[in-house]
Design a protein around this ligand. Structure first.
Ligand code: ADP
Length: 951
């Protein structure tokens, strides 16, 4: 092995060590550098550096610092060990070195310079710096997250898979009362979850860890939580599981919702209170309805009864005023109740099929008198494509139209009021697209009603009009155009408010168009379901007997001419229209000359210049025109008209507004008898004999009892009174009845319970005793409740006699074949027992009475006819009253009733129906007279009448 010299070893070290080694003199000139330094300085030979300084290779800051350091070593003799320093190069690079500098001594130990060794630590420095930066930013981010979590308004709690709390923010401290340091590391369920829920919580966590399913995770939940003080409170919580390395942690945000819960509770209470207030309101309405209607019932009913007694004209006048005023009051009360009912959301619409044309015709008939008294034309046009029968609420539709037409008449002094119904749209749902939304209120889609139609109604008048700025407001409650106390027109201002709400309920719209001084047109639309009922009118395509017949329509009113022409054309007749008598005669003559005379002439009775009657006379007198069938169309209640028609022997007499079905029937009837042009107006069949019913009346109110008893007795029924439901049930056990009239509200047992008891007894027996509710309740659901309880019908108080009779007749149809049982009637015309009672068995008196009656009757009848002919309602009522008294003496119930009906109608001024009633009375009188003669004869043969004699 070769031994190397010391200097060789040093050289080897100098040339190969990667660290920089250098020797400098006292002024820091390099005296020797190793290869590594030369390499860093970019020198090919280390010798090139000799005599140079750091200033030749580094930029100034580093060179100077190195110089100062070396001078320090020289001065102090102390080494500089492992100093980490930055080296700045002229090209801008910065490198790092760990430098050790030592004093360079001669052999004597004197310092002659320095020497040093530097290791490049740039790489280490860079790594360190990157690490430091990363650490800083991680710390900053953590700090930010902490700040966010700590300043969060929600409590934040994190838990590991073992259920140990690992994080807890500031809000959690506030929410649960535990400081962070006390909460962290504790079991979450022990700290936060009330004992009853702990097991479920643990089970939930375990399920998740096992299956990854957590039905309560990642959702907002409301759960009870535990406070440090032991109290429980509701929190809203969202828990999310987070995968953290191999572990799961669960982080949860919680929010104390005590306040929200309290607010919700308050809202609930407020809603309950509002609901019970509305309940109270509707109960109040029901009670008020009851309380107001009950006395009204007595007032109206007693007034009617009183009007039936002998009165002097002054008394009658006073009472009629009472009657009119109470009727008016009742209608105001009904309006207010109706309005409140709608406002309280208590209005329920009916849903039943009805004939639109008939329903409208009936409604207009009730207003015709008012219109014609003011000299207004009242007409109705229903477009041919409007279905015959629709499904909806006929009563509410009638209520809307009554109000609009009533207003139109009220606010119109001259001209016409025209109702028009047009087909607006059809929501066909029969096939394919079944749009149940298109069905009207509450309707269920079935095969029969699968079509829905929208009808457009208009009510047009030529009245005072409504200023444009008031047109919107009149639909508000209590709003009137003229709100002053001195206003000319009466009213409550509720009619349109009610109508508009009803229209809304029928899913329609209501609006008005009006020109001041010219008139108003009210529009509304409404939804109905179509109902395919068999047609009562001739279908347009029916060839029929009317096809091709020529008709002349004579009317001065253009609307009427238009409507009549359209209707007749629908029936395939050939109408021509003219507007006055002269034109009519001309048309008739030229038709005759052309060899095509008119088959039928429809005349308006009231025309300016030459009226319908005069024209009819001229036609009759005209030698060429005698073959024509003439029908008169006139306004209601012109009894003179009726009499004149009879005189002129016209084929028919119809009152306007004309119902299509009536016109159709009248034309068929008239043409059927056209060969006898002198035939008198059709006379109704004689009145049928009403059955005498055994009626049980259950009613607790004494006045109502008395009233109902009188009303029923007047009809010849026999009545048993029960003061409550229990008595009624007992009465039925003892006795047989034909009918029960049942008050609903009664002490002890109410009408619904009593009905249920009666029905329960009947079960299985095959019997069914008709029961009618009579109640002042007119609230939503009352009718249904009565029907559900097993009642057959419903009459609301105040009981209107006619309504009662109609209801009874509907339920127990008058029987014209059955012999009246258990009554001693002669041919069903009079009551022998009653006569005997009256005369106290005195046959002579009876014969005298009969004689007086038979002599007097023609005169009394004549008086009545005269009164009718003069249209004098007052005289007519008096004459009927006298006749009623006369026939009443003989127990002639049917005749008495006919007279009474006539008297009643005349008393109301209802002259048109009075004509019918007069015919009925005439028929009864004609039946009575021979019976009386027969009776007189029998008293001669049988001086003492037998008490139990049967007719
Ligand atoms: P009422 O008629 O009982 O006062 P409504 O609500 O029926 O109440 O009508 C409100 C108001 O609208 C009436 O008072 C009247 O001023 C006005 N009005 C209604 N219909 C007509 C009409 N056809 N012509 C003129 N004004 C009308």
């Amino acid at each position: 092995m070769t031994t190397l010299a010391e200097s060789d070893l040093l050289h080897m070290l100098m040339d190969n060590v990667p660290d920089a080694i250098y020797f400098k003199d006292l002024q820091s000139h390099f005296i020797r550098i190793n290869r590594s330094v030369a390499l860093r300085f970019g020198l090919s030979d280390p010798a090139e550096a000799i005599g140079k300084t750091d200033f030749d290779f580094f930029s100034e800051p580093h060179a100077r610092q190195a110089y100062l350091d070396e001078q320090d070593v020289i001065r102090t003799g102390r080494p500089l060990i492992a100093r980490e320093e930055a080296e700045y190069w002229p090209d801008g690079r910065v490198t790092w070195a760990s430098t050790t500098k030592l004093p360079l001594r001669d052999r004597d130990g004197a310092i002659i310079g320095t020497f040093g060794i530097s290791r490049d630590i740039t790489h280490r420095k860079q790594t360190e710096s990157a690490l430091r930066q990363a650490k800083d930013s991680a710390e900053a981010s953590q700090q930010r997250t902490r700040l966010i979590v700590d300043s969060a308004y929600d409590a934040y709690v994190a838990m590991d898979a073992d259920g140990v709390i690992i994080d807890w923010n500031h809000q959690a401290e506030l929410t649960f009362g535990w400081p962070r340091e006390m909460a962290v590391d504790r079991l979450l369920h022990e700290l936060l979850i009330p004992p009853p829920y702990r097991a479920a919580h643990r089970a939930g966590v375990e399920l998740f860890l096992k299956t990854g399913e957590g039905p309560l995770l990642n959702r907002r939940l409301e759960v009870p939580a535990l406070h440090r003080d032991g109290s429980e409170f509701p929190v809203e919580i969202t828990i999310s599981p987070i995968r953290y390395g191999a572990e799961w942690i669960f982080s949860a945000f919680l929010h104390d919702i005590t306040e929200r819960k309290q607010a919700e509770e308050e809202i609930r209470k407020a809603r309950d209170a509002a609901e019970s207030a509305s309940q109270a309101k509707s109960e109040f309405l029901a009670n008020m309805s009851h309380e107001i209607r009950t006395p009204m019932n007595a007032i109206i009913g007693m007034t009617e009864l009183l009007l039936d007694t002998p009165l002097n004209p002054e008394q009658r006048d006073y009472l009629e005023t009472v009657k009119k005023s109470s009727d008016a009051l009742l209608s105001v009360i009904n309006d207010i109740l109706d309005f409140s009912k709608i406002e309280a959301g208590k209005l329920e619409l009916e849903y039943s099929p009805f004939d639109l044309r008939d329903s409208l015709g009936d409604m207009l008939n009730t207003l015709a008198l008012r219109a014609h008294q003011k000299g207004l034309e009242l007409a109705c046009h229903i477009a041919p494509e409007v279905p015959e029968t629709v499904i909806g609420d006929p009563l509410r539709l009638r209520q809307i139209l009554l109000n609009l037409v009533g207003n139109a008449i009220k606010f119109t002094e001259r001209g016409e009021v025209v109702v028009d119904v047009a087909f607006s749209a059809l929501a066909a749902t029969r096939s394919g697209a079944r749009d149940t939304n298109a069905l009207p209120f509450g309707a269920r889609l079935t095969e029969e009603n699968a079509d829905v139609c929208i009808l457009h109604f208009t009510v047009r008048d030529t009245g005072i009009g409504i200023p444009i700025e008031k047109q919107a407001m009149i639909f508000e409650a209590f709003a009137q155009v003229d709100g002053s106390t001195t206003r000319r027109y009466g009213g409550t201002g509720l009619g349109l408010a009610i109508s508009s709400r009803l229209v809304r309920r029928m899913e329609g719209r209501i609006w008005v168009e009006s020109v001041l001084g010219k008139g108003s047109t009210f529009h509304f639309t409404s939804r109905f379901a179509r109902h395919d009922a068999p047609l009562k009118r001739p279908p347009p395509q029916e060839p029929g007997r009317l096809r091709g017949l020529s008709v002349l329509v004579v009317d001065d009113n253009a609307t009427n001419r238009f409507i009549l022409a359209e209707t007749l054309t629908q029936w395939q007749m050939r109408p021509s229209t003219v507007e006055n008598a002269a034109a009519a005669l001309q048309a008739l003559e030229s038709a005759h000359q052309a060899g095509e005379p008119f088959t039928l002439v429809l005349l308006d009775a009231h025309m300016p210049e030459v009226d319908g009657f005069t024209l009819a006379e001229r036609i009759r007198e005209h030698p060429d025109l005698t073959g024509a069938t003439v029908m008169m169309l006139s306004s209601a209640c012109q009894s003179i008209d009726a009499a004149r028609c009879q005189e002129l022997a016209l084929a028919a007499y119809l009152t306007k507004p004309i119902k299509q079905t009536e016109l159709y029937r009248a034309i068929l009837a008239a043409l059927g008898s056209s060969d006898t042009a002198t035939k008198s107006p059709p006379i109704p069949p004689p009145q049928r004999v009403s059955r005498m019913l055994r009626v049980l009346l259950a009613e607790d109110n004494l006045v109502n009892q008395k009233l109902a008893v009188r009303l029923l007795e007047k009809r010849g029924h026999s009545i048993v009174v029960a003061s409550n439901g229990r008595e009624a049930v007992e009465a039925i056990e003892r006795q047989t009845f034909d009918l029960v009239l049942m008050d609903v509200q009664m002490p002890e047992m109410d009408g619904l319970e009593a009905t249920a008891a009666i029905r329960a007894r009947e079960r299985g027996s095959g019997r069914h005793l008709p029961i009618f509710a009579m109640t002042a309740y007119a609230m939503k659901g009352d009718r249904e409740r009565c029907l559900d309880a097993g009642m057959d019908g419903y009459i609301s108080k105040p009981v209107q006699p006619r309504e009662l009779w109609e209801a009874i007749d509907r339920l127990i149809p008058p029987d014209d074949t059955a012999e009246p049982e258990e009554t001693s009637a002669i041919n069903g015309v009079l009551d022998r027992e009653e006569i005997q009672d009256r005369v106290g068995g005195d046959m002579v008196l009876l014969r005298e009475l009969i004689d007086v009656f038979l002599t007097d009757c023609p005169r009394l009848w004549q008086n009545l006819r005269d009164a009718l002919a003069q249209g004098d309602a007052h005289l007519l009522s008096r004459a009927a009253h006298t006749l009623k008294g006369s026939v009443g003496n003989f127990g002639a119930h049917a005749a008495r009733e006919a007279a009474q009906q006539l008297e009643l109608l005349a008393g109301k001024g209802d002259l048109m129906p009075a004509i019918e009633a007069a015919r009925k009375l005439e028929t009864e009188l004609e039946r009575l007279k021979p019976v009386l003669r027969e009776l007189k004869q029998s008293t001669i043969q049988e001086p003492q009448m037998n008490t139990d004699a049967q007719g």
